[in-house]
Design a protein around this ligand. Sequence first.
Ligand SMILES: [Zn+2]
Length: 465
Amino acid sequence: MNTTIVSLFTARSCIVGLTCVFALTAGVARGQTQVEPDTALRMLNAQQQQFQRGVVKVSDNVFTAVGFHGANTSMIVGTDGVIIVDTLFGPASASNAAEAFRQYSDKPVKAIIYTHSHGDHIGGASAFLSDEQPDIYATETFGSAEGVNKAVDPVKQKRNVRQFGRKLSAAESTNRGVAPAGTDDSDRGKGFLPPTITVPAGGLKTTIAGVELELHLAPGETDDALFVWLPKEKVLLAGDNFYSSFPNLYAIRGTAYRDVLDWSESVAKMAALKPHAVVPGHTMPIRGQEAATTALKDYSEAIRSVYDQTVRGINAGKGPDQLAHEVKLPEHLKDNPYLIQFYGTVPHAVRAIYCGLLGWYDGNPTTLNPLEPRTKAKKMAELAGGTQALTKQMEAALATQDYQWALELADHVKWLPDADRQLARKVKVAALRGLAAREYNAPNRNYYLSYANELETGQLSELWF
Ligand SMILES: [Zn+2]
């Protein structure tokens, strides 16, 4: 049996949760969200409780439906009607939530509020209505997050499928970090109703069905975000600027820069209101003034800390590769249950901040005109003592479970005309699965697994590989 087969088998064994044959080799680098495979699975399974399907009574008159699709929808009950905040992805999931709400109130819908324009919050509005024509509130810039960078939609769609693990088998699927896997997305947006009332830049105070409420602009995950504040009930509906995970300050499916500083400030404004309960855009509501306020304060501080550390590093002349490894959550926040990196990650946030503030160039003249990948691969092979020697190093990296290094070497080997490219492809597939098994960050895990499947089944061209 040659070493390659043994290595591939070992990587696979880790995936299916069997005991890994090889102990971790000293010096093998690990990402911030990588742990032992058993631990990663245990963590992701525990996170599952954050989106168990059901209606949560947040206060006497606020109810939140969790787990009916990817996001949450809430109902605020007033004297002669209800207000719906966010409407899920499409009419099928929304009508299930609407039905679940009816056991608490069957009053007519007087208003709908969109916290932001992402599809998982707006697509099911019609399912909450019979013959009512409610006012529909959203910010002035509603929709600005949609239609950005349309030119690269073909690639964004592929990356979206990978990030959310949309084509993974049931055995490979865990969840999406702040949402369950396997949602039915076939009716996307079919119940969308356009906003009829614009929330101005200074916000809006109003009374609907006897419920006093305030809508505050809150740029963060999107520029068009708002949060809802009920001053009497002291309940805050946060939209997607808050949920139970380190925030997705950058989405690996590919997004424009999300203003990290704005995000931190928007959450700080929420914390300053000292809510008695906070309803996130995804995951379970948090009740109790101490718990809700502290969660928001910590969240804002964590975002700000990652931003400040990155800016300090940038001004000290450090590049994104170095900073992505150096910047960490502060010691007193790193084990905070609302900041575990199930969805967003600190290293990805650091890179996004770098690029958002300075663009792609890291300031080092070496990277102004780096070698073309093929030329670099040839020189790497020469350095290693030839293509065969480089290939052996690649196999050794896999055998010792140094998966990231195996990937990087496979990416050199693939360019060499005299190399066994099939072998490099197999090594890459096994290394991706090895990394995936260790990941508790759901987008990373889903992306690694999806990409491995695409490579293995020949869906990717030589270039992508
Ligand atoms: Zn969402």
